[in-house]
Design a protein around this ligand. Structure first.
Ligand SMILES: Cc1cc2nc3c(=O)[nH]c(=O)nc-3n(C[C@H](O)[C@H](O)[C@H](O)COP(=O)(O)OP(=O)(O)OC[C@H]3O[C@@H](n4cnc5c(N)ncnc54)[C@H](O)[C@@H]3O)c2cc1C
Length: 403
C-alpha cells in the first residue's frame, strides 16, 4: 500500500515540496497539495506591481493543472485546524488524512497588534499579495499625483520580511527622480532593526555602510530601533513620539505562522510557527515537516526592538528539497539530509540599480559573503523572474542556485 503525503500551501515551499516528492517517490504513493490559492505568485516582483512596472498576469500562473500533469493532486481549500494526533487536517471544505505532512502555509499578517496598521482596518498599505500591491499602487500614484507630500516606508516591531521596504523606498526615489518630482517629496524609512541592513541576521558585512550611503545619496531619511505606536490618516507615529506625515505609508507587520496550528502542544510555538529538528521534522510529530515561513526559526541575536529571522523564497525552496528528501528516505530507506545552515541569495532592486547578495551560511561568521551594487543586479533580477516563471510554467530545468 502506498503512503499518503499531504502538502499544505502551493507557493515557494509547497510547490517545490510537491515537485521534489514526486521526483523521489514512485506513483504508488499519493501526493496531494491543499492550498487556499490556485495561483502561484512570484512574490519578489510585487514591488514592481506597486510601481506599475508589472502586470499581475506576468507574475502568476495557476498551479492545479501543472501539478496534476506531474501526477500530484491539488485541492483548493483553507486548512482551519491541524489534528496531528489523528494524522489529519481539517479544511473549510473537507478533512484530509496523511501518513506524512509538509506544512508550507507561510504567514498570516499581524495588523491587529498596532492601532491603525494595515490596509483593511487601518491607514497603511502592505505588499504581501497581488491585491495588496494593486491597492498600494493606486494609493501611491494618487499621493504622487497630488504633486508633493510625505511618503513613509517601515518595518514594524517583530517584522521579519525586512527587505521589501528598502526596495520600495529606493524605487519610489528612482521613479520621482525620473519625473523630476523628487524635490517635492519627503521620503522616510523606519525599521525595527538595530542598524540598516541587519535583516534579522546580524547584517551582511559592509552592506550596512552601503545602504547608509545609498540613502544619503537618495535623500531618504532613515531611523533604526523603531517601534510603531499607531498609524492615523494624518501621521505614522513612533513610540518615541516622532510623527511622520502620512500622505502614503507602506508598513510591513509582524507575522503569525498559522492559527490552524496555534495551541497544539508540541506542534506549534505560540505564534503558529512549527519547530523542526535538524531534518526539518517536528520534534514531537516526526511525520510532520515544516518548510519556508511556516518553520519556526528563533532569532539567535538579541535586539532592542524585536526583529524576526527572514526566510526567503530561495531558502523556502531549499528547505522543500530537504523535507521531500527526508520523507522519501523514510519511505524508501536511505540516509537523511540535515536541514540547517541555509545559505541565502538575494537581489534587491532599486529601480535604477540593484544589490546582489550571496551569503553562506545565513548567520555570521560565514564561509562566504559576496555583495555587489550595480545595474547588472537590476537586469539579473528581471531575467531571473522571467526564467523562474517559465521554468515553473513549462518545466524548464531550474538554474542551479542550490534550490
Ligand atoms: C514584497 C516581497 C518581496 C520579496 N522578495 C524576495 C526576493 O527578492 N527573494 C526571495 O528569495 N524572497 C523574497 N521574498 C520572500 C518570499 O516571498 C518568501 O520567502 C516566500 O514567499 C515564502 O514562501 P512560503 O511557501 O514559505 O510561503 P508563502 O509564499 O507565504 O505561501 C504560503 C502558501 O500557503 C497557502 N496557505 C496559507 N494559509 C493556508 C491555509 N490555512 N490553508 C491552506 N493553504 C494556505 C497560500 O495560499 C500559499 O500558497 C519577498 C517577500 C515579499 C513580501
Amino acid at each position: 500500500m502506498g503512503e499518503k503525503i499531504l502538502v499544505l500551501g502551493s507557493s515557494f515551499g509547497g510547490y517545490h515540496s510537491a515537485l521534489n516528492l514526486r521526483k523521489h517517490l514512485s506513483r504508488e504513493h499519493s501526493i496531494t497539495v491543499v492550498s487556499s490559492d490556485n495561483e502561484f505568485t512570484f512574490i519578489p516582483s510585487l514591488p514592481w506591481v506597486v510601481m506599475g512596472w508589472r502586470k499581475p498576469s506576468a507574475i502568476q500562473f495557476p498551479v492545479a493543472g501543472s501539478l496534476r500533469r506531474k501526477g500530484i493532486d491539488f485541492v483548493q481549500d483553507t486548512i482551519v485546524r491541524a489534528d496531528p494526533e489523528n494524522n489529519r487536517v481539517i479544511g473549510e471544505k473537507g478533512e484530509y488524512e496523511y501518513h506524512y505532512l509538509i506544512a508550507a502555509t507561510g504567514s498570516e499578517l499581524d495588523f491587529e497588534a498596532i492601532p491603525g496598521l494595515g490596509p483593511k482596518k487601518g491607514y497603511s498599505y502592505s505588499i504581501f499579495s497581488v491585491e495588496e500591491a494593486l491597492n498600494a499602487r493606486d494609493a501611491l500614484m494618487g499621493a504622487i499625483d497630488k504633486g508633493s507630500g510625505s511618503l513613509v516606508f517601515g518595518n514594524a516591531q517583530g517584522a521579519s520580511c525586512l527587505g521589501p521596504v528598502y526596495e520600495m523606498a529606493m524605487m519610489v526615489d528612482a521613479y520621482l527622480r525620473r519625473k523630476l518630482l523628487r524635490n517635492r517629496f519627503k521620503l522616510s524609512l523606519f525599521t525595527n532593526e538595530p542598524y540598516l541592513g541587519h535583516f534579522g541576521v546580524n547584517g551582511f558585512g559592509m552592506m550596512t555602510r552601503m545602504l547608509e550611503d545609498e540613502f544619503a545619496d537618495r535623500d531618504v531619511e532613515w531611523k533604526v530601533n523603531c517601534k510603531l505606536a499607531q498609524v492615523t490618516p494624518e501621521n505614522v507615529e513612533l513610540e518615541d513620539g516622532e510623527k511622520l506625515k502620512n500622505d502614503f505609508s507602506l508598513i510591513v507587520p509582524a507575522f503569525f505562522g498559522s492559527h490552524a496550528y496555534i495551541g497544539i502542544e508540541g506542534l506549534s510555538n505560540p505564534r503558529g510557527f512549527i519547530p523542526g529538528d535538524d531534518y526539518l521534522a517536528n520534534p514531537k510529530y516526526q511525520n510532520v515537516y515544516a518548510v519556508g515561513v511556516s518553520l519556526a526559526f528563533p532569532p539567535p541575536f538579541e535586539t532592542r526592538v524585536p526583529v524576526g529571522v527572514p526566510k526567503t523564497g530561495q531558502m523556502s525552496a531549499e528547505m522543500a528539497g530537504v523535507a521531500a528528501h527526508n520523507i522519501a528516505a523514510d519511505i524508501n530507506g536511505g540516509p537523511k539530509k540535515r536541514g540547517k545552515d541555509f545559505s541565502v541569495i538575494c537581489i534587491a532592486d532599486a529601480g535604477d540599480t540593484g544589490f546582489y547578495l550571496s551569503a553562506s551560511p545565513l548567520f555570521p561568521p560565514r564561509n562566504k559573503l559576496v555583495h555587489k551594487k550595480g545595474k547588472r543586479a537590476h537586469w539579473m533580477k528581471i531575467a531571473f523572474e522571467k526564467y523562474y516563471m517559465a521554468s515553473l510554467r513549462y518545466g524548464l530545468p531550474h538554474l542551479d542556485f542550490g534550490w
